[in-house]
Write a protein that binds this ligand. Structure first.
Ligand code: AAL
Length: 414
C-alpha cells in the first residue's frame, strides 16, 4: 500500500528538497514554509526502518527517493594490491604508470603504459629543461605476459613527436581499443613548454598488430573547450575571468569503446579555475562520439556526463555502459550504469576503491556479472612522488556481512 505523508518544514537557508508535489509559501516571520507530500510503501518504510512517517528526517526523505529495485549486484570490495614480477616490478629511477586495459593476442596479455625516467622537479625551476610531473617527458611503452603476473617489457610503442609538434613534450595515459583486427591507442599529449596553464589534448595511433608499427594522427583527435578566459598572464591555473566548460583546460584519460555501431571516446575534463567543492576536486567526465575509429570525435551536448570521478574506467554491460567513479567529487567510489552510454545512475556505493588509473581486463566476460571485469586487472601505486609502478588489483562481490560461524542463509528451513 502507498502512503502519502504531509509534513510541514520550516526552512532557513538552503534546502534539499525531497518528495514531490511541493508548494512553498512565506509565513509572517519571513521564514519559508514548505508543505510536501512524500510517497512511501509499507515495505519501503519497513526496509528503511523509519520510526514515524509523520516525522521524516532529511536523511529519510533522501532514502525514500532511492530506487527500490537496487540489490547488491554491483556492490564489491577491493582487495590488497599485489606487485607484478619480471620487468614491471618496481624499479627505482623509472616511472611506469597509468596502465591501459589488457587485451590478449597469440596467448599473451598486452598492456601499454606511460614510461619516463628521472626525478620530478616541479614548476618552480627551469620548466624548459626539467620534468614538471612524473608523467612529463613520457613515451608510451608496452609489455606482454602469459599469466598477468610476470611481464616482459617489449619497448616503446608511441614516442613523443618532433620539436614543435602537438605531442613534443609528453605522450602518456594511454588506452587500447581492438576493433575488427585493428588496434588503436588513444593517449594524452602535451606540447612544450609544460606550464601550469598548458592545454592538454588527446592523440591517436593505430596499427594492424599490437606490436606495431603505429601510425600517429597528425593532429589531436580531441582538445579542450575554448570558452574559458584566464585572468592575467601569471602562470596560475586558478585565476580566471570565466571558467568555461568542464573540459576547458584539459582533456585526459581517453578511452574509446565501440558502442551501438559508433565509437564512444570517454574522457576526463579539467576546467580552468578548478575548485575544491564539498566533494573534493571539481572533476567530471565527458564523451565524444565518432562514426569511425579515427574520428572525427564530436563532443556530446549532454556533457558533462558525470559530476565526479577521475581516471576513466568504463565497460559494456547489458546493452549499456558501466563506469567506476573514483577519487574526486561527491559521487566518488560509486559504480554507475547508463542504458545509453550517456545517462549514468548510481548502482552501488563502495567503501573505497583500492585501485586507481585502472587498466581493465578486456578479456573478461562482461555479461557474466555486472562487475566481472573488476575481478582483477592492473593499477599503479606511488612508490614515491618521483616513481610509480604498475600493480595488480582484485575485487570480490560482497553479499553478506556475517561473523565467522554465523548462519548467514536467508531461507527458513526449520
Ligand atoms: C592521472 C590522470 C592523467 C593526469 C595524470 C596522468 O591521474 O588523470 O594522467 O594527467 O594523473
Amino acid at each position: 500500500m502507498k502512503k502519502t505523508v504531509k509534513s510541514l518544514t520550516f526552512l532557513l537557508g538552503m534546502l534539499i528538497m525531497a518528495g514531490c508535489n511541493q508548494s512553498t509559501s512565506g509565513d509572517k516571520n519571513g521564514q519559508k514554509k514548505e508543505t510536501q507530500e512524500v510517497e512511501a510503501t509499507d515495505a519501503q518504510i519497513d526496509k528503511l526502518g523509519i520510526t514515524s512517517i509523520d516525522h521524516l528526517s532529511a536523511a529519510s526523505k533522501r532514502a525514500l527517493k532511492w530506487p527500490t529495485d537496487l540489490g547488491n549486484d554491483w556492490f564489491i570490495e577491493f582487495e590488497n594490491l599485489q606487485p607484478l614480477k619480471g620487468d614491471l616490478a618496481y624499479e627505482e629511477g623509472v616511472v611506469r604508470r597509468d596502465p591501459s586495459a589488457m587485451i590478449k593476442h597469440d596467448g599473451k596479455y598486452y598492456v601499454w603504459y606511460s614510461r619516463s625516467t628521472g626525478l620530478t622537479q616541479g614548476f618552480a625551476g627551469d620548466i624548459e629543461n626539467e620534468k614538471v610531473f612524473p608523467w612529463d617527458r613520457c613515451d608510451i611503452w608496452y609489455a606482454t605476459s602469459e599469466d598477468g603476473w610476470t611481464w616482459k617489457e617489449e619497448g616503446p610503442a608511441v614516442e613523443r613527436g618532433p620539436k614543435g609538434s602537438y605531442d613534443d613534450r609528453s605522450v602518456f595515459t594511454v588506452e587500447i581499443m581492438e576493433h575488427e583486427g585493428k588496434y588503436y591507442l588513444s593517449y594524452q599529449t602535451v606540447k612544450s613548454p609544460y606550464t601550469v596553464r598548458v592545454k592538454n589534448q588527446v592523440g591517436l595511433a593505430w596499427a594492424d598488430s599490437p606490436d606495431g608499427p603505429w601510425t600517429k594522427s597528425e593532429e589531436p583527435i580531441l582538445s579542450p573547450a575554448d570558452n574559458g578566459i584566464w585572468k592575467g598572464t601569471k602562470q596560475n591555473r586558478f585565476m580566471v575571468e570565466k571558467k568555461g566548460d568542464f573540459d576547458s583546460h584539459k582533456v585526459h584519460d581517453p578511452c574509446i569503446l565501440p558502442y551501438n555501431g559508433k565509437f564512444y571516446l570517454y574522457y576526463k575534463g579539467e576546467q580552468m579555475g578548478e575548485e575544491i567543492t564539498f566533494g573534493g576536486r571539481q572533476i567530471r567526465h565527458g564523451v565524444a562520439i565518432a562514426d569511425n575509429p579515427l574520428g572525427p570525435y564530436v563532443k556530446s551536448p549532454y556533457n558533462p556526463i558525470s559530476n565526479s570521478g577521475h581516471e576513466i574506467c568504463v565497460w559494456p554491460y547489458n546493452g549499456g555502459v558501466a563506469s567506476l567513479i573514483t577519487t574526486d567529487g561527491p559521487e566518488k567510489n560509486t559504480i554507475q550504469w547508463s542504458p545509453d552510454g550517456i545517462n549514468f545512475e548510481i548502482k552501488s556505493v563502495l567503501k573505497g576503491v583500492n585501485a586507481h588509473a585502472i587498466g581493465l581486463n578486456r578479456t573478461a566476460d562482461t555479461e557474466k556479472d555486472p562487475t566481472e571485469i573488476l575481478r582483477w586487472g592492473l593499477t599503479h601505486v606511488y612508490n614515491s612522488w618521483h616513481y610509480q609502478s604498475i600493480m595488480r588489483f582484485s575485487s570480490k562481490r560482497k553479499t553478506v556481512h556475517a561473523a565467522p560461524g554465523e548462519d548467514s542463509s536467508t531461507d527458513d528451513d526449520e
